[in-house]
Design a protein around this ligand. Structure first.
Ligand SMILES: [Zn+2]
Ligand SMILES: [Zn+2]
Length: 369
C-alpha cells in the first residue's frame, strides 16, 4: 500500500493559491536542502522524494486541479484512487530535478526495480455496484527459471565486468551551479549488472528474465468507477539482480448500462408504469442495479414524476454515503386492446366528458373545435 501522502502545499510551505513561480521557488530551496548529496540525515532522501512528488503535481495545472479536488484520495488510497493515469511515484521522480541539476540522480545501478505495468479492466455496472472478483491474464517479465536470473547458460558462470569491476556502477563528479555532485550511473558495458555473459542462457537470451503470461484473481471493491485505478504491489515486472518487482496498475472502465445512467454514485432511469396504476395508485417492482424493490405509487401520480430511492445508487468506494436511485415514471400507453377493453376505455372517456370521434374530446375542447 502506498505511503500516507502529506498535504503538498504544506510540504512545500506555500499557500493554496500560490502562483507557479512561488511553487517553483519553494521547491528549489527545499530540494537543495534535502538533496541526499547535501543532507546526510537518515530521512532526507524520503523527504526529498516527497518534495519531488509534491512539486510534480502542483507544477502541473491539470494535476494540481485534480489534487485540489480530490486531495490525498487522488492517490492510491487502499489501492484505489482517482488516478492521474500513471504512477505518481514512478518515473516523475527525476524529471524536473534532472533539468536543473544537470542529471544528478543517483541510483543503485546493480539492482534495477522491475517496471510498473498497466492493465485495463472492463466492469459491468452490476459488478461496479456489488464489487466483483475478476481474473485477469497479462504478460510480465519474471526471473528466468533456467538460469535463476544469472543470464548465463547452466554450467557456465557470468564473468565479472572489466569496466566497473563488478560493481555495476561508474562513479563520476560533476560541477553544477549548486555545487559538485558525485553521481553514479549504470555501467554502460554490463548495463549495471556487474557481470558480462559469454554463454547466454537460451531461455532468456542472457537477460535473466523471461516474459510469461500470468493469471491473477483479485477483488474489485464495490463502488468502482471509470478512471479509478487499483495498484497491485509487486505484480509488475521482476527486478534485476534481486531488486523488487514493479507494481501492476489496473485501470478500471465501467460499461454503459441499458437502463441506468450513472452520475457519480447516483443513478438515473426512466421506467414505464401503467396508466391505471398511476391513476389509482399501487405498488410496482422498481428495478435496482442488482435486483428489484417494491415501490409504492401514490394515487394520481403524473407521468414525468421522479421518485428518489435514498441510498439505492452505487455504494461509495471509500465507505461514505451511497448514491441515490432516481426513477422517473412515464405512463405506458397500452396497444393491441381487445374490443371490450376499447369500449371500457371509451365509456371511461365519456364519463370524463370526452368524445372520441374526430378531433373532439379533451384536446378538441381545449383548442375550441
Ligand atoms: Zn535464463
Ligand atoms: Zn560493468
Amino acid at each position: 500500500m502506498a505511503a500516507q501522502s502529506k498535504d503538498f502545499y504544506e510540504l512545500l510551505g506555500v499557500q493554496r493559491d500560490a502562483s507557479g513561480d512561488d511553487i517553483k521557488r519553494a521547491y528549489r530551496n527545499l530540494a537543495r536542502k534535502f538533496h541526499p548529496d547535501f543532507n546526510k540525515e537518515p530521512d532526507a532522501a524520503d523527504k526529498f522524494k516527497e518534495l519531488q512528488v509534491a512539486y510534480e503535481i502542483l507544477s502541473d495545472d491539470t494535476k494540481r486541479q485534480q489534487y485540489d479536488r480530490y486531495g490525498e484520495a487522488a492517490f492510491a488510497n487502499n489501492g484505489a484512487g482517482q488516478g492521474y493515469g500513471a504512477n505518481p511515484f514512478g518515473d516523475m521522480f527525476s524529471s524536473f530535478f534532472d533539468d536543473f541539476m544537470g542529471g544528478s540522480r543517483s541510483s543503485n545501478a546493480t539492482e534495477v526495480r522491475g517496471d510498473d505495468l498497466r492493465h485495463d479492466l472492463e466492469l459491468t455496472l452490476e459488478e461496479a455496484a456489488a464489487g466483483a472478483e475478476k481474473t485477469i491474464k497479462y504478460q510480465r517479465l519474471e526471473t528466468c527459471d533456467t538460469c535463476d536470473g544469472s543470464g548465463a547458460k547452466p554450467g557456465t558462470a557470468p564473468d565479472t565486468c572489466s569496466q566497473c569491476r563488478g560493481t555495476g556502477q561508474i562513479r563520476f563528479s560533476q560541477n553544477t551551479l549548486l555545487g559538485t555532485f558525485h553521481t553514479t550511473q549504470a555501467c554502460p558495458r554490463c548495463k549495471g549488472r556487474g557481470v558480462t555473459i559469454t554463454s547466454p542462457c537460451n531461455t532468456c537470451s542472457g537477460t535473466g528474465r523471461s516474459r510469461r503470461t500470468v493469471e491473477k484473481t483479485m477483488k474489485i471493491p464495490a463502488g468502482a468507477d471509470t478512471g479509478m485505478r487499483l495498484r497491485l504491489g509487486g505484480e509488475g515486472d521482476s527486478g534485476v539482480n534481486g531488486a523488487e518487482a514493479g507494481d501492476l496498475y489496473l485501470f478500471l472502465h465501467v460499461q454503459e448500462h441499458d437502463l441506468f445512467e450513472r452520475r457519480g454514485n447516483d443513478l438515473f432511469a426512466t421506467i414505464p408504469v401503467s396508466f391505471p396504476t398511476l391513476t389509482l395508485g399501487g405498488t410496482i417492482q422498481a428495478p435496482l442495479v442488482n435486483g428489484s424493490e417494491e415501490l409504492r405509487i401514490p394515487e394520481g401520480t403524473q407521468g414525468g414524476h421522479t421518485f428518489t430511492l435514498k441510498g439505492r445508487g452505487i455504494p461509495d468506494i471509500r465507505g461514505r454515503k451511497p448514491g441515490d436511485l432516481n426513477l422517473t415514471v412515464h405512463a405506458a400507453v397500452p396497444t393491441h386492446l381487445t374490443l371490450e377493453q376499447k369500449e371500457l376505455l371509451q365509456r371511461f372517456a365519456e364519463s370524463l366528458g370526452e368524445h372520441h370521434e374526430g378531433q373532439k374530446g379533451f384536446f378538441g375542447r381545449l383548442f375550441g373545435h
